[in-house]
Design a protein around this ligand. Structure first.
Ligand SMILES: Cc1cc2nc3c(=O)[nH]c(=O)nc-3n(C[C@H](O)[C@H](O)[C@H](O)COP(=O)(O)OP(=O)(O)OC[C@H]3O[C@@H](n4cnc5c(N)ncnc54)[C@H](O)[C@@H]3O)c2cc1C
Length: 337
């Protein structure tokens, strides 16, 4: 049972991949660590949007499924036994006279902490919805914003709308499984990673750009066809589809965190080179962090976490010096690891 009036050295808000790795590193620096996660489970966007997707861009891991990466990250995060609180959304922050922070969650729970690391991603895990009047009739039946089980698209006619990494990736993943994959994008140039775009263009995926969705047809939630229209042109096509997958990005909504007095730009939190926000003692990492050349990638977040922890350690113990520690200095980490 977690004693909520205990004062923690670090409270990490958000138990996504970046928050989880940060909890490990924080434990390694012997910081008393707590992770608070809104969802009933850990892993953030990875299990929520793409448990079966194969991730290939983490150094030293040629390929790993979202599910397995989450399992490994949780195991690693638990090495130093941090307090884990699920099903709580942190809403409010108050800086007390002695410099500690008091956090209050949606259920009224209070958490005392010397430093805060915001690893909240985009706050909400909501995708940008398709702006068509009858889209809601098909939602969760034949219109989806993420893919939980690739197998459920076997031998189906699938239309994907979007041109970023997720859309292009799903087109490539579904191509060998589905009967037919069509991808439409409203812009002339794709923003997905070049090698994936090339792979898609040289596959059997029918690529239509610049086109956009105009109408969905079907009954009882089951789509039968979709009408797509050329952007800045007159070509209209009716495409036979069983499923439409929409990848138009995410809503960024940090909720009441935007009222904490932290410097925010374009919905994300501005940080300096130490991952410090405009409020000393509060750091931001992962997708929510905003700095020049920021990449919203898991691997980048794995570097930001340790930088924030080191900054937090200096905040808690100003006499400490900045240390470049490796886990190999700690043999064995804990018994059984
Ligand atoms: C389909 C798809 C495929 C992707 N593929 C790749 C890939 O191959 N490689 C790659 O590097 N990246 C990929 N990404 C991006 C990657 O998932 C993100 O960069 C990563 O998840 C960011 O991790 P995070 O911990 O910063 O945030 P998130 O994963 O978004 O986790 C944030 C967590 O914070 C919680 N939270 C938010 N607000 C609060 C609050 N107030 N209180 C408590 N909890 C809160 C949320 O519930 C969430 O669980 C992909 C993304 C998508 C959608």
């Amino acid at each position: 049972m977690v004693q909520q009036k205990d004062i923690y050295d670090i409270t990490i808000i958000g138990g996504g991949p970046v928050g989880l790795f940060t909890a490990f590193y924080s434990g390694m620096r012997e910081m008393k660590t707590k992770v608070i996660e809104f969802l009933p489970y850990l892993g953030g966007k990875v299990p929520y949007f793409y448990p079966e997707k194969i991730i290939r861009d983490i150094g030293g891991i040629p390929m790993i499924s979202g599910e397995k990466l989450t399992e490994d990250l949780i195991k690693q995060a638990m090495t130093f036994d941090p307090a884990i609180i699920l099903n709580e959304q942190v809403l409010h922050m108050e800086k007390l006279e002695d410099g500690t922070f008091l956090l209050t969650s949606n259920n009224g729970a209070q958490h005392y902490t010397k430093t805060i690391v915001l690893a909240t991603g985009f706050g909400s895990l909501k995708s940008v919805k398709l702006n068509l009047a009858n889209a809601i009739d098909f939602e969760e039946k034949s219109l989806h914003y993420s893919i939980k089980k690739l197998e459920s698209y076997r031998d189906k006619n699938v239309l994907i709308s979007g041109g970023g990494n997720s859309a292009v990736d799903w087109a490539n993943e579904l191509e060998p499984i589905a009967n037919k994959v069509t991808l439409i994008y409203r812009k002339p140039m794709f923003t997905g990673i070049e090698s994936n775009v090339s792979k898609m263009i040289h596959s059997t995926v029918d690529v239509l750009n610049p086109y956009e969705l105009l109408e969905l047809k079907g009954m009882g939630g089951q789509m039968t066809s979709a009408i797509v229209k050329q952007v800045d042109g007159n070509d209209l096509r009716e495409i036979e589809v069983d499923n439409v997958i929409v990848n138009h990005g995410f809503e960024i909504n940090l909720g009441p965190i935007t009222e904490w007095g932290i410097n925010i730009e374009n919905g994300t939190i501005v940080v300096d080179h130490t991952m410090s926000t405009s409020i000393p003692g509060i750091f931001a990492i992962g997708d929510v962090a905003n700095y020049p050349s920021k990449l919203a990638l898991i691997a980048g977040g794995f570097n930001e976490g340790p930088i924030a922890v080191n900054g937090a350690k200096l905040h808690v113990s100003p006499k400490e010096s900045l240390k470049h520690l490796f886990s190999t200095h700690y043999e064995p980490l804990t018994s059984g690891n």
